[in-house]
Design a protein around this ligand. Structure first.
Ligand SMILES: Cc1cc2nc3c(=O)[nH]c(=O)nc-3n(C[C@H](O)[C@H](O)[C@H](O)COP(=O)(O)OP(=O)(O)OC[C@H]3O[C@@H](n4cnc5c(N)ncnc54)[C@H](O)[C@@H]3O)c2cc1C
Length: 435
């Protein structure tokens, strides 16, 4: 009981009065608050631009936070550990510094490159605080429903929120929606896989894991294949990554379809959780030393890899990725393997040599028929295999930064007519720096 509490709350009667949408005007509107959109928004705000960061989810962070991806990949070069260097800087530097200080990171020096595990709760709070400090207007729980385009310019986007409609008009737009939602709604051409399923995954965080007794990897993979039918496993090359000293582990062992149709997407999302539950049964029964006391701490939101993406001025190809082709308009880079999840049991995994780097051209981020739209992240233009190697979070951060600078330089003009040398000078830490 609250002493001296007052229960006299008066009420008033209200009825809906607003007729049109609430309006917001900014310089740059970023649709999608995953790691690419967050990167674009923070970079644009640091350039002095007024920015809105929009997402359909009620929280910032996209898949990096809400699907609990858990590991930054594609951020470091390949090669011997002592010679590896960071390929993307921008907000990656701030994240590595701040989460590192908070003990929320774990560097894994794998055979060919270094990946960085992160605590998704710490990343979520870092994004929220940084977005507010940068003066960005967060617009969450806001689903894109219409795009207003006049000729070669997008003028505004209409958003539906639980609190009413909102129209955001801007000079420049970033499509960081992952599914090219902005480009699609603008009536511009997009690509979808024609004859294959590209699978997503239902991520799981387990707690109560005995990290000292992790199974040996060879045996782990062998057992998945051998026991798949018994446990109803779809995917047989999944893996578990323990976060040291936390008793938790990240489980990436499912393959789930991620259709672009709303009801099918909802059903597949639920089926994905059932698949993850079967994975947990497999882990508990087959590797009890490590997992007998494991419980689900969190299911991520459905993890979506490649669904629909833009048609850009240039399509990045797998051959260009393999060759490490340099582009005159290169704006981001990575050395991550081709990682194409196009069959249910596993995925194509093509690792590159020690000195390999591949580049992302601005042309693959820019639809040719509009002047003020740049895509970033997992919906840029590539063939399916090329896209699979550049959609990881390291290069997503690089693409976000590039989108912000391109729109900052273009202003009322066109992203197709930029001084590319100046753009690359601005982005040199993410394109040419080697330390
Ligand atoms: C299961 C899985 C495991 C992965 N593992 C790794 C890994 O270990 N390391 C790594 O680096 N990468 C990994 N990846 C790849 C990586 O996570 C993604 O490609 C990357 O996070 C994409 O970031 P993004 O910002 O482009 O898109 P997203 O994070 O998907 O963000 C897009 C945002 O746009 C919003 N949005 C979409 N449509 C609309 C709309 N109509 N209106 C409003 N908002 C909308 C969404 O809500 C979402 O928040 C993995 C991917 C998956 C699926």
């Amino acid at each position: 009981m609250i002493e001296n509490g007052n229960t006299n709350v008066t009420t008033k009667i209200v009825t809906k009065s607003r007729t049109g949408p609430q309006e917001l005007k900014v310089d740059i509107c970023v649709v999608g608050a995953g790691i690419s959109g967050v990167s674009a928004a923070i970079e644009a705000a640091r350039l002095g631009r007024k920015v809105a960061l929009v997402d359909g989810l009620p929280a910032l962070g996209g898949q990096a936070v809400n699907s609990i991806i858990g590991t930054f990949c594609g951020l470091f070069s390949n090669g011997p550990v002592s010679e590896r260097y960071q390929l993307t800087h921008s907000i990656a530097d701030d994240i590595l510094r701040d989460l590192g200080k908070a003990g929320a990171l774990h560097y894994r020096h794998e055979g060919f490159t270094t990946v960085v595990m992160y605590d998704e709760v710490a990343l979520s709070r870092w994004i929220e605080e940084t977005v507010l400090q940068a003066g960005i207007v967060p617009v969450v729980g806001a689903v894109l429903r219409e795009v207003h385009r006049e000729g070669r310019r997008i003028q505004a986007v209409d958003l539906a929120t639980r609190y009413g409609d909102l129209r955001v008009s801007a000079t420049g737009f970033v499509d960081a929606s992952g599914d090219a939602a902005l480009t699609w709604q603008a009536g511009l051409p997009c690509r979808e896989p024609a004859d294959a399923v590209i699978y997503g995954s239902q991520m799981l965080v387990l707690e109560g894991v005995n990290q000292e007794r992790q199974p040996e990897m060879g045996e782990f993979f062998r057992r998945q294949k051998e026991k798949a039918a018994e446990y109803g496993l779809v995917r047989t090359d999944g893996f578990v990554m323990a976060f040291p000293a936390k008793g938790t582990a990240l489980v990436n062992m499912t393959h789930v379809e991620t259709p672009l149709e709303p009801i099918a997407a909802a059903v597949k999302g639920i089926e994905g959780k059932a698949q993850a539950d079967r994975v947990l049964q497999f882990l508990k029964s087959e590797f009890p030393e490590a997992f007998q006391h494991a419980r689900v701490r969190a299911y991520g939101f459905p993890g979506i890899r490649q669904t629909r993406w833009i048609v850009g001025r240039k399509q990045l190809t797998a051959d260009e990725v393999r060759a490490g082709t340099w582009f005159d308009d290169a704006v981001a880079r990575t050395a991550w393997p081709i990682e194409l999840h196009n069959y249910s049991q596993g995925y194509v995994w093509e690792v590159f040599s020690d000195d390999h780097v591949h580049y992302i051209p601005l042309g693959s981020m820019t639809p040719p028929d509009v002047d003020n739209l740049v895509a970033a992240g997992r919906c840029i233009d590539g063939d399916a295999a090329a896209l699979s190697s550049v959609r990881v979070m390291g290069p997503c951060i690089g693409m976000g930064a590039a989108a912000a600078h391109a729109l900052d330089m273009a202003g009322e003009g066109s992203v197709h007519e930029l001084n590319v040398a100046e753009l690359q000078e601005r982005l040199k830490d993410n394109v040419t720096r080697r330390n």
